[in-house]
Design a binder for this molecule. Structure first.
Ligand SMILES: [Zn+2]
Ligand SMILES: [Zn+2]
Length: 115
């Protein structure tokens, strides 16, 4: 197995004019077999492995954040859906009640509660 050093895709081994050549199907990068040491190949492989779990982690964190918000019954002004996430923000003086913000569960529209 060999990964493309340019884009990280899995490369394909081809025989061209009797020579074995690694070809990247994504970006077209070519490398003759025999070039590049085993060490370099491992470095590319390592980079690829390290790269992916981090990306997945960010996605998981994002969805967690949204799911942790409490839901309430509220009518979305954009799509008319009856359920929305809400949170409180102190927009005025401290002795006045905070403003409630809503985010539609279905379409993601955000609006504030008017009083
Ligand atoms: Zn490539
Ligand atoms: Zn909506």
């Amino acid at each position: 197995m060999r990964f493309c050093p340019r884009c990280g895709s899995l490369m394909m081994l081809r025989i061209e004019n009797g020579r074995r050549v690694w070809v990247c199907p994504s970006c077209g990068y070519r490398e003759e077999v025999g070039q590049g040491s085993q060490e370099q190949q491992m470095a590319v492989l390592k980079q690829r492995i390290n790269h992916h779990p981090r990306e997945r982690l960010i996605v998981v964190d994002k969805s967690k954040q949204v799911e942790s918000l409490p839901k309430t019954r509220a009518i979305c002004p954009r799509c008319g859906y009856h359920e929305a996430y809400y949170w409180l923000v102190q927009t005025r003086k401290a002795d006045e009640p905070p403003t409630r913000f809503f985010k539609c569960v279905r379409c993601g529209y955000v609006w504030r509660e008017y009083d």
